[in-house]
Design a protein around this ligand. Structure first.
Ligand code: IPE
Ligand code: IPE
Ligand code: MG
Length: 248
């Protein structure tokens, strides 16, 4: 069972065990260069490669990347289509490499809205890399923190309908088992690129005690050196989990 930051004091080390990133700023990166927004998304894939590699080297065990939110369907349809195509292409191209690098890939979110081909590619990629354990890479796609919480509630009640009669018996542990990130510890470090300081419906339950790091760097410009800077910042945080400084 994965320990919870509110039920126990989680162990933590100099390097985050779990890093969660909102990869933001692709569109503005492109617009600044008088390029279509989609050029920024394409360029952003290179940053994903750099960050996966950097995390592997640093010894991060879990890396979770927000690729498409449940609200991103509101974007112009040509941008949404390009993002879906890019997702398909990247899976087709990269899975073999990830497998060899010891990366276990998972995709979390409401996948039912994706076209069958993409759903199948995701399933295949997860199966192909299921034996790996060096780095657990999770892509959040059509993901929303509120969807996750509602979904977990529904799954819990479906599995244990008697709890509806005894809601006082529901524990945090029972509930969190049904969240889509139940296999991972809670994120130690969160990074959002692109200058905005908000969570945008990412892992709202899991970020309860995560250190939040915001940078103005646009995602396509983000690389190993920026990652290193974020890790150094993280090392200087005092993670109190509710206690006082003197108690640490
Ligand atoms: C993040 O970059 C990628 C996705 C949300 C898919 P944006 O596309 O949000 O870039 P900005 O924020 O408009 O610059
Ligand atoms: C959050 O970025 C989602 C992803 C990076 C996938 P957005 O660009 O969609 O967030 P808002 O709309 O600025 O909050
Ligand atoms: Mg954005």
């Amino acid at each position: 069972m994965i320990l919870s930051s509110t039920q126990t004091i989680p162990e933590h080390s100099a390097v985050p065990r779990h890093l969660a990133i909102i990869m933001d700023g692709n569109g503005r990166w492109a617009t600044r260069r008088l390029l279509p927004r989609t050029a920024g998304h394409m360029r952003g894939v290179q940053s994903v490669r750099r960050v996966v590699e950097g995390c592997g080297k640093a010894g991060v065990k879990y890396l979770t990347l927000f690729a498409f939110s449940s609200e991103n369907w509101r974007r112009p349809s040509d941008e949404v289509s390009l993002l879906m195509r890019l997702f398909v292409q990247t899976l087709e191209k990269e899975v073999h490499k990830l497998e060899k690098q010891g990366v276990r890939l998972r995709v979390v979110g409401d996948l039912s809205r994706f076209e069958p081909k993409l759903q199948q590619l995701i399933k295949d990629a997860e199966e192909k890399t299921a034996h790996n354990d060096t780095l657990h890479l999770t892509i959040a796609a059509n993901y929303g923190g509120r969807w996750d919480i509602l979904n977990a509630t529904r799954q819990l009640l479906l599995a244990q309908p008697e709890l509806a009669q005894h809601p006082e018996k529901i524990t945090e542990a029972d509930f969190s088992e049904y969240l889509s990130m139940a296999f991972a510890p809670e994120p130690d470090l969160f990074i959002r690129t692109g200058g905005e300081q908000r969570i945008s419906n990412f892992l709202i339950w899991q970020l309860a005690y995560t250190e939040l790091y915001f940078t103005d760097v646009y995602w396509p410009d983000f690389g190993a050196k920026h990652l290193q800077t974020a890790f150094e910042w993280y090392q200087n945080r005092e993670r109190r989990f509710g206690r006082t400084s003197a108690q640490l």
